[in-house]
Ligand binder design. Structure first.
Ligand SMILES: *Cc1c(COP(=O)(O)O)cnc(C)c1O
Length: 391
């Protein structure tokens, strides 16, 4: 006699928001099955390979038996030192690699785990929307409640901190911010970061700044690190990823840096759940962080050419579109008469071009579509021609 377990999902899983990209995924698979020549501008995953010198370092590191054993939890000190050196060189920020840096299995891992360290059931986390879906999900998994901060054009896609109600502020323990921003491509300046630091200090709120796109910038305008501002290290940490900067999304390596107490809290969760990053990958990470700027400039130039072609092209055919100063995304208004999902479906069916519906990043993204610059100039030109015919 055998009886199956019910395997009923936990409430936290049942409470997950509906996956708005599922319908699009299905339509994409259908189109591919039908043999449509699809131009996929929906994925935030660079189509350019990891630079050769990083791959070479990995090849060598793999052969070292020392790396075949469990890595240290916080990351090899040499990797964390390379992070500190990179911060000094890039942002003129001084970090203690022993206490102010922790390695991550991609920044998604750190973002996903940080609420577990600081959020009790009922605590509030301030979450930007549209935004990276991991912020509200990580909050939910920790038993916290997300308070949505809408990012709208009128406010240059910066959250309006003054609009957050007093009773919410009392329960708020943590705020996520993300600039250069995915999906809107907006950047933040000194004034905004200063406002966030004052706000966090006043209300005792931990700041988690997601800086995954700090190195994908255009026209030579380098984004700031949140940690460059006085007082930042008193209130928060910054998440970085090697994924976007060095085309290393598959390698799974990132880090968090800043306030030692917050870094230690995150480290505590990690040491109980994972066992760190394969040390050969950390060696490759050191190589990546020491990459000559001429290599990175080439990558940026590639994205900038694509940005110019897509931005100018969409503008010319009458679409309302934001010119990105950073990130590899374009945030465009959908034409009148369409919802985000309807327009994405229309472009897929009529033009064989795939974008991401803005509402997939949260309700305030309704009315927008995100295009990723992860196709060649030739394909992007072709996409513009096809979109022109479809609208
Ligand atoms: C891609 C991305 C990340 C995560 O990158 P990892 O590969 O996990 O390091 C984090 N935040 C944002 C906004 C992203 O777009």
């Amino acid at each position: 006699m055998s009886k199956k377990v019910s395997a009923e999902l936990a409430d936290r899983v049942k409470k997950l928001p509906p996956y708005l990209f599922a319908a699009i995924d299905e339509m994409k698979q259908d189109a591919l099955k039908k043999g449509v020549d699809l131009i996929d501008l929906s994925i935030g995953d660079p189509d350019i390979p990891t630079p050769k010198h990083i791959v070479q370092r990995m090849k060598k590191a793999v052969e070292n038996p020392e790396h075949h054993r469990y890595p240290s939890y916080a990351g090899m000190l040499s990797f964390r030192q390379a992070v500190a050196d990179w911060y000094k060189k890039r942002f003129n920020v001084k970090l203690d690699p022993k206490t102010e840096v922790v390695s991550l299995i991609g920044s998604k891992e750190g973002i996903g785990h940080i609420p577990l360290a600081f959020i009790n059931p009922g605590d509030v986390v301030l979450v930007p929307s549209p935004g990276y879906p991991v912020y509200p999900v990580a909050t939910l998994f920790a038993g916290g409640k997300s308070h949505i901060m809408p990012l709208i054009e009128k406010n240059k896609y910066l959250p309006d901190l003054k609009a957050i109600p007093k009773d919410v502020l009392k329960k708020a323990k943590l705020i996520f911010i993300n600039y250069p921003n995915n999906p809107t491509s907006a950047c933040a300046g000194r004034g905004f970061y200063k406002e966030v630091i004052d706000f966090a200090a006043k209300h005792n709120i931990i700041v988690c700044h997601d800086a995954a796109y700090s190195e994908i910038y255009y026209d030579g305008k380098k984004p700031l690190s949140f940690l460059q501002l006085p007082g930042a290290k008193e209130v928060g940490i910054e998440f970085h990823s090697l994924s976007k900067t060095y085309n290393m999304t598959g390698w799974r390596i990132g880090f968090a840096a800043g306030n030692a107490k917050i870094i230690a809290g995150l480290g505590k969760i990690k040491s109980n759940l994972d066992s760190g990053i394969f040390q050969a990958v950390q060696e490759a990470g050191i190589e990546a962080l020491n990459t000559d700027d001429t290599v990175l400039k080439k990558i940026r130039d590639t994205f900038q050419q694509r940005r110019d072609v897509l931005y100018n092209g969409l503008k010319k055919i009458g679409m309302e579109v934001q010119k990105p100063q950073a990130t590899f995304y374009l945030w465009a208004k959908v034409p009148k008469g369409f919802t985000s999902s309807e327009f994405v479906a229309h472009l897929l069916n009529d033009a064989g071009v795939l974008g991401t519906p803005g509402n997939g990043f949260g309700a305030p993204g309704e009315g927008y579509i995100r295009f990723a610059l992860t196709a060649s100039v030739k394909r992007i030109k072709e996409a513009v021609e096809r979109i022109k015919k479809a609208i």
